[in-house]
Design a protein around this ligand. Structure first.
Ligand code: NAD
Length: 297
């Protein structure tokens, strides 16, 4: 059992924190949104009055925030928590952020004598709830070995991909592929529907054929195909279009940094930007189907 400070209880952080409580860890949690705190309290966590207040007695500090600016603000900003984290505690940031930001915060933690991992996740809100996330970890071996029992309470796969910041690079590679695959899956189903095909039958066929992917099997973008997919509940919950747009922007930045060409990644970034302009920024990213198929929605 570890004493864990957990900051950021959104679509992902909320269920991740609940799984840590279930595994017997003692959690002090904080979020800016009162409803998220109520849900964490109901799950058995102790609600703190601020991010700093989560740190009392913490052996592990976990953050799950939207983007680089939130993570840098939390640890390094005015009144940032880094200086107040108890000596010897392990810091794990599970947010998806720029590799450069992850290295900046990781270096500052190291300068303070604290071990820090970037450990972004894959698996979506369903994976967060089921405790089956994949953790994509950057940092040193010793820190990962300390983190392992905590990560295992929230996920089933742990990949150590390199030093500080490497977890974020690998996560961006995964999400760039996901963003492209989701858009083209929506386009493909839309083509079939325009020819009078049943989207359910078409998706079932694709899910056992070479066009299969997470987008056909788990998070199908077509309403009514999969009961539990965001598409079947008005694209609510899930992985927000704005978060996918952020990740693709980070991928473009990361490509520019090393002179790599990512034409499909750049095209996908534009599609999710247009989907945001169409008013769907807060919806699940699979709502991009409404942009690429005039038959959807
Ligand atoms: P979210 O917007 O639902 O949750 C973020 C939470 O952080 C919010 O509740 C917000 O109030 C809180 N927050 C922001 N600043 C804070 C601060 N200073 N102190 C305390 N709380 C603060 O986002 P999410 O869907 O949970 O995603 C979190 C991260 O995980 C993102 O980086 C995202 O890219 C990544 N991610 C999301 C998914 C997904 O399917 N949703 C999947 C994989 C990775």
């Amino acid at each position: 059992m570890s004493r864990i400070a957990f900051i950021g209880l959104g679509n992902m952080g909320g269920p991740m924190a609940a799984n840590l409580v279930k595994a017997g860890h003692l959690l002090r949690v904080f979020d800016l949104v009162p409803a998220a705190l109520d849900a964490a309290k109901a799950a058995g966590a102790i609600v703190a009055s601020s991010a700093i207040d989560t740190l009392a007695g913490a052996e592990v500090v976990i953050s799950m925030l939207p983007a680089s600016k939130h993570v840098e603000g939390l640890y390094l900003g005015d009144g940032g928590i880094l200086e107040k984290i108890p000596d010897g505690a392990l810091v794990i940031d599970c947010s998806t952020i720029a590799p450069m930001s992850a290295r900046k915060v990781g270096d500052a933690a190291k300068a303070r004598g604290l071990a820090m991992l970037d450990a972004p996740v894959s698996g979506g809100t369903a994976g967060a709830q089921a405790g089956t996330l994949t953790f994509i970890v950057g940092g040193d071996d010793a820190a990962l070995e300390r983190a392992r029992p905590v990560l295992q309470a929230m996920g089933k796969n742990i990949f150590h991909v390199g030093a500080s910041g490497a977890g974020q690079v690998a996560k961006l590679c995964n999400n760039m592929a996901l963003g492209v695959i989701m858009a083209v899956t929506g386009e493909a189903i839309g083509l079939g529907v325009a020819h009078g095909l049943d989207p359910k039958v078409l998706s079932q066929m694709m899910a056992v054929s070479t066009g299969r992917s997470w987008a056909t099997e788990v998070c199908n973008p077509w309403p009514g195909v999969l009961e539990n997919a965001p598409a079947s509940r008005g694209y609510s919950g899930g992985f927000g279009n704005d978060l996918m747009l952020k990740d693709l922007g980070l991928a473009v930045e990361a490509a520019m940094g090393v002179g790599a060409t990512i034409p499909l990644g750049e095209l996908a970034r534009n599609l999710y930007a247009m989907n945001k302009q169409a008013g769907r920024g807060g919806l699940d990213f699979s709502s991009v189907v409404q942009l690429v198929s005039d038959k959807a929605g």
